[in-house]
Design a binder for this molecule. Structure first.
Ligand code: F0G
Length: 469
């Protein structure tokens, strides 16, 4: 492959803009009112009311001219559409898995696979289960255990592959639980819930070996597999001369199954994949697919969705694109770090994670410091982002007391090919204002929540300095 060099410091986007979507700034008063009406939960805000939307990198990217052109040529045939045949070919080449099932998004693939593998008494082991992964596993009656190395909790420490699963914890868990009760090992690549950090090839290979020794299924949740490949090429010795795609192919070939929310590195606004090596497991999954998503050659997708995904899965490995993608996320994170904002270090692939507990040390964990930062970013600058802390992962003990999450983080996720460097400079300026008032010492109380994935719909009330709402 060609090795492009980047002689200038300025990160110029490797595209020019052909179509524009206006965004509007609102007044402080307007945003305060909107926030209150949304129960202080940005998921409940209208997207129009935000200026910069960093809520997620999922399905929020801009498609290329080649993707839009492909959509015009798409085949909407119910069975065996040519857009499906094209997508299946691209996916088989990438994954080397013989059975490809299209789904409407990642969690549909999760529900199908984990519904079949899960059930009471079953345990799933992972570096970190993403929230929908955990929810689908727990909904089946099974248990989901996250096995991260302790050192990843040291947010300032540079480790090249902080997304890895802890191999010692993994072997100990298998010994304790017994391999017959383990439904699968799920390697989340990159590791979204723990900072968007990459997983090394050697870690993935070690997991494969452990799976072989213990006869356990290995699932790769690889919605950010191209971003992970970037880190392997630049951080893991032996891969310097591989292309990004070759690295992804090598990693995916290790798995028995591959789940992908194509809304990330598939560069589409909607779509997912479930790929499987074993024929009998694939048949069970196909039955579920037909019942709940659609026929096996479209799943939950239209022909144009599949066409766009086929193109996106090739474009995502483009060298200029991936360089820009990873460097633009790092640009935000590194600049925040220089300003003294506590961020998870090093910066991951798709998002910057701010440690809200360290930013606002006076706010008790059960008043959700992450939610305070999320609301302040919206209030001051119209920026929308998500709490990844005790709102998302907190549980209650038998006395109704909060069992907090391991960390109180806020994620600034960067949509693909959407914002320019000046938008990011704007975000940095909003943080200058946040940094002027880090002595806030009260937060929020949850007044309404659902039993699964409560962060999406929970409503909050502000707590004042006397502890009242
Ligand atoms: N696995 C991982 C690692 C994810 O990050 C996501 C989605 C999913 C599975 C589920 O895919 O949304 O297509 O159903 N992550 C989004 C996010 C929602 O904001 O990080 P989905």
């Amino acid at each position: 492959m060609e090795n492009i060099d980047y002689p200038m410091q300025t990160l110029a986007e490797p595209f020019r803009i052909k179509m524009v979507e206006p965004i509007r700034m609102t007044s402080l008063e307007y945003r305060e009112k909107a926030l209150k009406e949304a129960g202080y939960n940005p998921f409940l805000l209208s997207s129009e009311d935000g200026f910069i939307d960093l809520l997620t990198d999922s399905g929020t990217g801009a498609m290329s001219q080649a993707q839009w052109a492909g959509m015009m040529l798409a085949d909407e045939g119910y069975a065996g559409a040519k857009s499906w045949i094209k997508l299946e070919k691209v996916v088989k080449e990438l994954t080397s898995m013989p059975f490809v099932l299209p789904t409407h998004q990642g969690r549909a693939a999760e529900r199908i696979l984990y519904g079949i593998l899960g059930g009471r008494d079953k345990v799933f082991l992972s570096n970190t289960h993403f929230d929908t992964t955990r929810a689908n596993i727990e909904y089946s009656g099974a248990t989901a255990l996250d096995l991260m190395p302790d050192e990843i909790m040291e947010n300032d420490k540079f480790l090249p592959f902080k997304g890895n699963i802890d191999l010692i914890k993994l072997e100990n868990s298998i010994n304790q639980i017994g391999n017959n009760n383990i439904a699968a090992i799920v390697l989340t690549v990159t590791n979204n819930s723990s900072g968007g950090q990459p997983v090394s090839m050697s870690n993935a290979k070690a997991v494969r070996k452990i799976c072989d020794q213990n006869n356990i299924l290995m699932v790769i949740d690889g919605c950010r597999i191209a971003e992970n490949a970037y880190f392997i090429k630049h951080r893991e010795s032996g891969f310097e001369n591989y292309s990004y795609k070759e690295i992804a192919q090598e990693m995916l070939a290790l798995g028995d199954a591959f789940i992908m929310s194509a809304k990330k590195d598939g560069l589409v606004n909607m779509g997912g994949l479930l790929c499987i090596k074993d024929e009998s497991l694939s048949k069970k999954c196909m039955n579920q697919l037909i019942i709940s998503e659609g026929f096996i050659t479209y799943g939950g997708l239209s022909g144009r969705d599949m066409e766009a995904m086929a193109v996106g899965l090739e474009e995502v490995f483009d060298e200029s694109y991936l360089h820009y993608r990873i460097r633009s996320t790092a640009y935000l994170g590194e600049k925040l770090h220089t300003k003294g904002v506590p961020v998870i270090w090093p910066i991951g692939g798709h998002a910057v994670y701010v440690d809200a507990h360290r930013l606002f040390p006076g706010i008790p964990v059960d008043q959700y410091p992450g939610q305070v930062l999320v609301c302040e970013l919206y209030r001051i600058g119209g920026i929308r982002c998500v709490e990844v802390g005790s709102v998302m992962f907190g549980k209650y003990d038998d006395h109704g007391r909060l069992i907090p999450a391991a960390q109180e983080l806020v994620r600034l996720a960067i949509p693909r090919r959407v914002y320019t460097q000046s938008h990011i400079d704007y975000v940095l300026e909003v943080f200058d204002h946040i940094m002027k008032n880090t002595s806030i010492n009260t937060g929020y109380k949850i007044i309404d929540e659902s039993p699964f994935l409560r962060h999406f719909t929970a409503k909050f009330q502000k707590i004042d300095n006397n502890g009242n709402t």
